[in-house]
Write a protein that binds this ligand. Sequence first.
Ligand code: ATP
Length: 208
Amino acid sequence: MVDQKIPKATAKRLPLYYRHLNSMQQQGKQRISSKELSDAVKVDSATIRKDFSYFGELGRKGYGYDIEHLIYVFRKVLDQDEIAHVALVGVGNLGTALLNYNFIKNNNTKIEIAFDTNDDKVGTTIGGVPIFSVNDLESELKRTNINVAILTVPMHAADEVTERLVNTGIEGILNFTPARLSVPDDVRVRHIDLSVELQSLIYFLKNE
Ligand code: ATP
């Protein structure tokens, strides 16, 4: 039904559309124009129309898009995409916040298991997520089919943990440490360095 060759940029925007469409549906709305959605998600409406065009004829001129149908179509794509089983390594301040947050609004994705070196944390749960000793990383990851890891360890531990994750066959790493990870080509890394983001925002505020 859906063209598998959806551009990466489009695929990245889908969860955003999906989330807003769901909340609009909850507010009782049935139809939406690309302009309205554009205002809500801050993506220009031409891009939205182009993105939607990869999924066939979703809307009609002068009528807009049927929200329920859009949700149905996007859900299928996202379900295929998000067969992700997520672990978190490093239950410090940031790790704890992520466990409590746990992407609940993204219904498909949830952190299932966490690891730490600290004996006071091992054996406890945060936000319902059990925390294991990092010594058990390999055995637990294999047992649970985890394929994505969130890295919130201190920088000095990042390389070692990454190597172990890669050796267990992890497919993707969301790296919150400042370390630049080196991984084989078939492992995807997304780097989120919050202090760099903040610094660059401040830089632009000062210089624009
Ligand atoms: P906290 O105040 O709880 O220490 P933090 O975010 O300031 O939080 P960090 O030093 O960044 O602390 O460490 C984050 C977490 O990673 C800590 O809970 C620490 O025990 C854990 N950790 C450190 N080394 C490793 C490792 N090799 N594998 C897994 N977890 C680790």
